[in-house]
Ligand binder design. Structure first.
Ligand code: DC
Length: 230
C-alpha cells in the first residue's frame, strides 16, 4: 500500500498522561512535524491576560485567537514558542497558565478560530498532533488515533516530578485535586469534550514506561503502512 502523503497521527488524552513526551519522541523518531495544540490554548490564555481581555469575553478572546501573534520554532528536538517575538516557552508551562488555557478552551468560537491554524500543521512527511480533540474534531480523518490515559494519582506524580525538575513549586495532594477538577471540566464541557474517538486505540500508561508506549504507537503506525517499517 502506498504511504499517505501527509498522514496525521492524533494523540489525545488528559493532562499529564505522558502524551506530550510521547508525541515529541514519536515525531522525532518518524521525522514528522509536531503540533502541541495545548500550547496554542496556553499562549492564547496568556495573551488575553496580557492584553487585559477578560477570559470570558467570548468575542474579544475569539478576536485575539484569529490573529494570535505566535510562532513555533522547531530547534532540533525542542520547540521554542514565541509570542510577539518574546520567547514564552517556559512561562506557558506554569500551572497558572494551564488554568487560563482551560478557561479559553471552553468557548466554541475560540476553538473554531484556532482550527485552521492547527490543520495547517499537517505537512509532509507527516504530523503528530497532540491534544484533546485531535482525533474527534481537528483531524477526524487521521489514519491513526491514540487515546493515552493513566490514573489521576499517577498523572499527579508525573506532573509533580516535572514541576520540581523545572524549578516550580509543587504540592502532590493539591495536584491530584487539580488534575481531577481539570479532567471533569475537560470531559464534561459541551464543547469538544475530552473523549476517545470511536476509532481510537486506548492506551492506559499507568504502569507502562514511555518507551513501551512509544514502541506500541510506532508498531501500530508501521502495521497501518503509515511509515516504512525498519
Ligand atoms: O495539554 P495542555 O495541558 O497543555 O492543555 C492546556 C489546556 O488546553 C487544557 O485545559 C485543555 C485545553 N486543550 C483543549 O481544550 N484542546 C486541545 N486540543 C488542547 C488543549
Amino acid at each position: 500500500m502506498a504511504p499517505v502523503n501527509s498522514p496525521v497521527l492524533a494523540i489525545d488524552g488528559p493532562s499529564s498522561s505522558g502524551k506530550g513526551t510521547v508525541a515529541r519522541i514519536v515525531a522525532s523518531r518518524l521525522g514528522w512535524h509536531l503540533l502541541d495544540s495545548g500550547a496554542l490554548y496556553r499562549v492564547l490564555g496568556l495573551h488575553a491576560e496580557q492584553q487585559g481581555v477578560a477570559l470570558d469575553d467570548e468575542p474579544a478572546v475569539e478576536a485575539l485567537a484569529r490573529r494570535l501573534p505566535v510562532q513555533f520554532r522547531e530547534e532540533g528536538d525542542d520547540t521554542r514558542v514565541l509570542l510577539q517575538g518574546t520567547d514564552i516557552s517556559h512561562v506557558i508551562r506554569d500551572e497558572r497558565v494551564g488554568e487560563l488555557a482551560s478557561r479559553v478552551a471552553v468557548m466554541q468560537p475560540v476553538r473554531d478560530a484556532l482550527l485552521a491554524r492547527q490543520q495547517a500543521f499537517a505537512e509532509a512527511p507527516g504530523l503528530v498532533a497532540d491534544g484533546r480533540d485531535m482525533g474527534t474534531v481537528v483531524f477526524r480523518d487521521a489514519p491513526l488515533k491514540i487515546f493515552l490515559t493513566a490514573s489521576a494519582e499517577e498523572r499527579a506524580r508525573r506532573r509533580y516530578n516535572q514541576l520540581k525538575e523545572k524549578g516550580f513549586d509543587a504540592n502532590l495532594p493539591a495536584l491530584v485535586e487539580d488534575i481531577r477538577a481539570r479532567d471533569d471540566r475537560d470531559m464534561q464541557r459541551e464543547v469538544a469534550p475530552l473523549k476517545p474517538a470511536d476509532d481510537a486505540i486506548v492506551i492506559d500508561s499507568t504502569s507502562l514506561s514511555i518507551d513501551d508506549v512509544v514502541n506500541r504507537i510506532l508498531d501500530e503506525a508501521a502495521r497501518r503502512s503509515l511509515v516504512q517499517s525498519a
